[in-house]
Design a protein around this ligand. Structure first.
Ligand SMILES: Cc1cc2nc3c(=O)[nH]c(=O)nc-3n(C[C@H](O)[C@H](O)[C@H](O)COP(=O)(O)O)c2cc1C
Length: 214
């Protein structure tokens, strides 16, 4: 099969397979807070670590379509992006198998005046270096400062997505997921996004002892 990007229907595929092909993708569970102190939480699977020194992450926010279809020229910001543009800070909370239900609940498009931790019945943990709450009980949390926001190209019908780049200022790790001085992902089983409605957890871990760094 071969098709031009965006033309999967003409190729006989009802749904775009793009996200099923570039998979698994880690989930950045982004916490943020408005200038007025309303906490927000939402999962983003166009998310990844992009540099080790200094540690940096990125996530991509599509235009908010809660108030109707977006236009090619107007990007309506989702609440996470709006908060981060206001405050310059965000948290990345790592999603393990135990956090799946809370993560899914926090994806609901609540209005910006609702505290999404309360709505998802999740407890807050204080951050040390930013003014944004973190998800208590998550296997790890990264405290981040906004580095830059890049506007990606749009389409004929929709404004471009916004790529948020963040510098990791500090890292919290649940001591229970550390074994022999290393994070053991088999203890919390990170959740990844696949295509369609599919998810995966990391359970099968193997090491390859080569002199290759990376
Ligand atoms: C697993 C998962 C991954 C998601 N990834 C993204 C993403 O990468 N970009 C995006 O714009 N929305 C993504 N969403 C949808 C947002 O989480 C959703 O629009 C949410 O309401 C945004 O919340 P906010 O307005 O509080 O930021 C994802 C949803 C789920 C459940």
């Amino acid at each position: 099969m071969y098709y031009k990007a965006g033309k999967h229907k003409e190729a006989g595929l009802a749904y775009s397979p793009f996200k099923a092909l570039v998979a698994p993708r880690p989930i950045g569970w982004i916490s943020s807070q408005s200038r007025d102190g309303i906490a927000n939480l939402a999962p983003y699977s166009f998310f990844n670590a992009i540099s080790e020194l200094p540690p940096m992450v990125m996530f991509v926010s599509a235009p908010d379509e809660r108030e109707g279809k977006s236009t090619p020229t107007y990007h309506s910001a989702k609440d996470s992006l709006a908060n981060i543009m206001e405050t310059g800070e965000f948290g990345v909370n790592i999603v393990g198998k135990k956090q799946i239900e809370g993560m899914i609940t926090s994806a609901e498009g609540l209005s910006a005046d609702r505290d999404e931790f309360e709505a998802a019945k999740l407890l807050k943990k204080d951050a040390s270096d930013i003014h944004v709450p973190l998800v208590a009980g998550a296997p790890a949390q990264l405290e981040c400062a906004l580095h830059d926001i890049i506007t990606l190209p749009g389409t004929e019908t929709r404004a471009g997505c916004k790529m948020v780049l963040g510098r990791v200022l500090s890292i919290h790790i649940d001591d229970d997921v550390i074994r022999d001085g290393k994070v053991d992902v088999s203890i919390f089983q990170p959740v990844a996004r696949l295509g369609y409605k599919d998810y995966a957890t990391i359970e099968d871990v193997f090491a390859i002892a080569q002199g290759v760094k990376g």
